[in-house]
Design a protein around this ligand. Structure first.
Ligand SMILES: [Fe+2]
Ligand SMILES: [Fe+2]
Length: 249
């Protein structure tokens, strides 16, 4: 994320006029995601050699992609947003399952990020459809975005899994493969639909809990209620133990 989001921000910024309020708000949100994930990744890379290698690989990959055309960058950003939105739908459908036992601050970071992806799902698509060259480059950009997001998720997730004792437990393997297949089941139809000229992300149904949770954001303290597997989010106690939202960069 700290490498991918600066790349999509640069692509969208070059396709945006100063007066486009929605796009500027989108850039502000994505910059906040990148900054928060940078802090999170720094903690991981200080503890894990695999995380350090993946972080370097991410930096290398997005430096290479930055050499491609602006139209490719915009098409990549549109595809990236769609993968993020579909991932949010998948995550919400299995919230208690996937995040049970997770570190509460890390879970809150991921869910806050996914919730904002739902909130701004159509912004990049609107810029993208006005650019004929970006439309032509969309299939390749979609593949690249899929590999970037899902490929890193698989490699990162499996390396963590293999470094834990769970790797010897066949039940955990069955569960992990089942989760992977369920994500593919949600993701692939949406990505296939997006190849159509008539596709509009506005036609996709939003996961309802995420929008409700975002309304609990406190603009004064810039915090979200901490998500907990036992109580969800939003009760008074959770709000006190809030996860700090990082300022935009
Ligand atoms: Fe984001
Ligand atoms: Fe986004």
């Amino acid at each position: 994320m700290p490498h991918a989001e600066p790349f999509v921000i640069a692509a969208v910024r070059s396709a945006t006029s100063q007066s486009d309020r929605e796009a500027r708000e989108w850039i502000r949100q994505e910059a906040a995601h990148a900054a928060a994930h940078r802090v999170f990744n720094n903690q991981l890379t200080s503890r894990s050699r695999v995380a350090r290698a993946l972080d370097r690989m991410g930096a290398w990959m997005f430096r290479r992609l930055a050499n491609r055309s602006e139209a490719f960058g915009l098409a990549f950003a549109a595809a990236f947003e769609l993968v993020a939105f579909a991932s949010a739908r998948w995550a919400e459908a299995g919230l208690q399952k996937y995040f049970r036992g997770a570190d509460e601050t890390a879970a809150t970071l991921f869910l806050w990020h996914l919730a904002e992806e739902v909130e701004h799902k159509g912004v990049v698509h609107e810029l993208f459809v006005r650019n004929a060259e970006a439309r032509r480059r969309y299939p390749v950009a979609l593949l690249a975005a899929f590999v970037a997001l899902i490929g890193f998720t698989i490699v990162g997730g499996l390396s963590l899994f293999c470094s834990s004792r769970h790797v010897w437990n066949p039940v955990r393997w069955v569960r992990l493969i089942g989760w992977g297949l369920s994500l593919a089941f949600v993701l692939l139809p949406v990505l296939a639909m997006s190849l159509s000229e008539q596709f509009d992300p506005a036609s996709l149904v939003d996961p309802p809990w995420m929008a409700a949770w975002l309304r609990e954001y406190d603009p004064v303290t810039e915090t979200m209620p901490l998500w907990t597997a036992a109580g969800g989010a939003g009760d008074g106690q959770n709000a006190k133990r809030s996860a700090r939202r990082l300022p935009s960069v």
